[in-house]
Design a protein around this ligand. Structure first.
Ligand SMILES: Nc1nc2c(ncn2[C@@H]2O[C@H](COP(=O)(O)OP(=O)(O)O)[C@@H](O)[C@H]2O)c(=O)[nH]1
Ligand SMILES: [Mg+2]
Length: 325
């Protein structure tokens, strides 16, 4: 046995021996590989762990794609947002502060092995955040890119204590291998057969020493340039604004319906796409209304109270609408 292995490694090795499923075994091997110091003394062991990973992987592939949707997270709330980024960028910590979910947060990579969803509230609506293992390493479970493909948007969380542009590039490379591309990103779907994902970029650990400078450089060097929201999960910077910004990035609005002569139902907004018209909304409220609707009255930011509008009026966030047949 080579010397100088951290105690954590032996813990992992023990867990690995006790692990029941191939999935657990793979995740533990990944962790072992990442906790192992990389030098001549560990060459053999590294190769051995890699061999075990390949073997398990091959076995799993033989069994077929059966596990592909093993972790299909049911969409809830206004939209499903998958948290992606390098190991240790604070994805689980963010989930913990924005939702009631209780993920494991730790300063070593691959703490998160299965997806964990939580609901983040913005006023009277919620967005669903799904914390994921990092898209990196020797083995990526097929359910992971599947989940990323299905999500409405990605929240890319980078780490300002490391090289965020390098992380972003690495992430986009791995995603491109799975034919997933960030909208407006650095990789282009040349064959036109991939999935292009809306995304929101955030850079975490703004509290850390030198983070300001890293952020500045990142913005200077980013190609193509994109908006990045600096945050600090630990320090709180911009974290409370995030649910609102995510909701807005999903290009959604809230609309409240009311019945003539009665106050509006302010508890259950219709959450609809930006660009939705009165007629589109009528369709959602009730099929029967669509045939008979003539006009609507609006109470909202861009209209005077009760103003009459036509069926092609484009609704704005927080409009109260009364449908008239
Ligand atoms: N300085 C600093 N550390 C953070 C911040 N957010 C998370 N961390 C630390 O980064 C490490 C990794 O966090 P974790 O949420 O497990 O990362 P994940 O691998 O992306 O899920 C933990 O030690 C956290 O305490 C932050 O805003 N500032
Ligand atoms: Mg995590």
């Amino acid at each position: 046995m080579p010397a100088n292995l951290p105690p954590q490694y032996y813990e992992l090795e023990k867990k690995y021996r006790a692990a029941g499923t191939a999935e657990e075994k793979l995740a533990l091997l990944e962790e072992m590989l990442s906790t192992m110091p990389k030098h001549k003394g560990t060459d053999k062991l590294q190769a051995d762990v890699k061999r075990r990973i390949s073997k398990l992987k091959a076995q799993e592939q033989k069994k077929g794609g059966k596990r592909t949707s093993a972790f299909n997270i049911k969409r809830e709330g206004a939209g499903q947002i998958a948290l992606v980024g390098p190991p240790n960028s604070g994805k689980s910590a963010l989930l913990q502060v924005l939702t009631r979910a209780e993920p494991e947060v730790a300063d070593y990579p691959f703490t998160t092995r299965i997806p964990l969803a939580g609901m983040a509230a913005y006023e009277d609506v919620q967005v669903q955040l799904v914390d994921l293992p990092p898209l990196a390493g020797e083995y990526i479970d097929p359910w992971l890119p599947d989940l990323v493909r299905r999500a409405d948007m990605l929240l890319v969380l980078l780490d300002l204590t490391d090289d965020p542009l390098h992380q972003l590039d690495g992430l986009e490379t791995v995603l491109a291998e799975k034919r997933i591309y960030l909208a407006g990103g650095g990789r282009v779907d040349e064959e036109g057969r991939g999935t292009i994902k809306p995304c929101f970029l955030a850079a975490n650990k703004l509290d850390a020493e030198g983070a300001d400078e890293t952020l500045f450089l990142m913005r200077e060097m980013m190609d193509p340039p994109r908006d990045v929201l600096p945050i600090s999960v630990l320090g709180g910077d911009n974290v409370n604004d995030l649910p609102r910004l995510l909701f807005e990035s999903l290009k959604l609005i809230r609309v409240y319906t009311k019945i003539p002569g009665k106050p509006p139902d302010m508890h259950a907004p219709y959450v609809v796409a930006r660009g939705t018209t009165v007629l589109d909304l009528a369709e959602k409220v009730h099929k029967d209304i669509v045939d008979s609707i003539k006009y609507a009255r609006i109470w909202g930011a861009e209209k005077y109270d009760g103003q009459m509008v036509q069926l092609d009026y484009v609704l704005v966030d927080r409009d109260v609408i009364e449908l008239h047949s």
